[in-house]
Write a protein that binds this ligand. Sequence first.
Ligand code: DX5
Ligand code: ZN
Length: 218
Amino acid sequence: MGNQLIAPSILSADFSNLKADIQMVNESEADWFHIDIMDGVFVPNISFGMPVLKSINEHAKKPLDVHLMIVNPEKYIEKFAELGSDILTVHYEVCMNNMHEVINSIKKNGMKAGVAINPDTDINVLDKYIQEIDLVCVMGVFPGFSGQKFIEGTYERCKAVKKLIEKYNSKTLIQVDGGVDINNAKKLIDCGADVLVSGSHVFKASNPKEIISKLKNV
Ligand code: DX5
Ligand code: ZN
């Protein structure tokens, strides 16, 4: 078994039978649930919100890794803690002016703090925050939709984040989100990825548990 953590993205689940997909993840070798919250402002799509997260939390037996693709995330930090989030990730692009405050607030509310960066955001912006955060989410696609093609430049970006983490001898995890499948998983891990998010590749498969197992053991 690899050391990498696997976080299936619920965005690709069957929302008419969500409980079955939650149970599938519970029974699988997955480590976390990845939950995408979109507001139609930061990204050109709207996913689902708090009532759905509440329902997921009632059935999920693994940590909830909540990825906020919303503007003004600071307004909702307390609420996401109440709803059972274990890891709360915000985007650098919407928090560049109050990042330290947002990170502190996430931690004060008992959650692990993550920062996500879009494919066209300079990695070096993380230099100021890397020691404070638990996770960096390197986007493998532009956020907004599942099932997009993986951007090849992500490998180099993972390596650059890894270097930054090593520079500070920090324990920050590197997560890759978007376009991850069994064909690029190994290379991503070799480039420093600790957590692999996978949506469509897992849920559109005829045997999702088997795909999760393959990602876990790649
Ligand atoms: C994209 C989301 C991802 C998405 C991944 O904006 O943040 O978590 O669900 O889906 P796939 O693995 O299909 O690219
Ligand atoms: Zn995500």
